[in-house]
Design a protein around this ligand. Structure first.
Ligand code: SF4
Length: 220
């Protein structure tokens, strides 16, 4: 079973999930990508909804908001001191470098954009790729802990595989297509949250027939 087969099976099981994010709110994607670090999506949603309620929607809003207020608003996402600092820093950077115009940032070549994002404090591979894939809408595949767990249980890769190696492995097996990249990551997250959990529910899994873990457990 290669990665494109995995994508098709997951899509058949869960349906098409599209791009996940509203295309017209790229700054929200950036905020979400930072808030989701070491957190669950449910808690991030609470923090995002608090931000919307407080009408904090742009880099300027974040810079103008007292830091303690920002911490309170994003508290549900956890690690709020660190994340508030990160949100503040990236907002200041966007204002100083692009006058807050994300179109300008996203008009860059994806390789250059990635390098630029990775230079910012608190933005690692997964956060940078999430911003490029879902906010800039460029084909940069996102790998996360769910991807590593599922791919290692399928015995396709070692659990300790490096981020870039797993990403390269997957993109070599799927067409370079924005919707497929966006959707495949979303489907892997759905699988990881609902089926291939810490204690996997292999009986419900659309990948069980090709999964070494399920075969070893005599589930399939
Ligand atoms: S069969 Fe089980 S271990 Fe394998 S991918 Fe599915 S849930 Fe995970």
């Amino acid at each position: 079973m290669n990665s494109f087969d995995i994508y098709k099976k997951l899509r058949e099981h869960f349906g098409g999930v599209g791009s996940w994010w509203p295309k017209d709110r790229p700054f929200e994607v950036i905020i979400g990508a930072i808030l989701t670090q070491q957190s669950t999506w449910t808690n991030v949603e609470k923090a995002l909804s608090n931000l919307k309620e407080a009408n904090i929607l742009t880099p300027k809003d974040i810079v103008e908001l007292p830091l303690d207020d920002l911490k309170k608003i994003i508290k549900p996402s956890g690690f709020f001191n660190q994340k508030a600092e990160r949100l503040r820093k990236i907002s200041e950077y966007l204002l100083a470098t692009y006058s807050g115009d994300l179109e300008l940032l996203f008009s860059k070549d994806k390789k250059i954009l990635r390098e630029e994002l990775l230079e910012l404090n608190g933005i690692g591979n997964e956060t940078a790729d999430s911003i490029i894939l879902y906010a800039a809408e460029k084909t940069e595949f996102v790998v996360d802990a769910y991807t590593k767990r599922t791919y290692s249980r399928l015995k396709i890769v070692e659990e300790k595989i490096r981020y870039d190696d797993l990403k390269k492995y997957i993109i070599n097996e799927i067409p370079e297509d924005l919707l497929i990249y966006q959707e495949f990551h979303g489907l892997i997250v759905l699988l990881g949250k609902n089926i291939c959990k810490k204690n996997p529910n292999c009986k419900e899994c659309p990948l069980s027939s090709g999964c070494k873990y399920a075969i070893n457990q005599k589930i399939h």
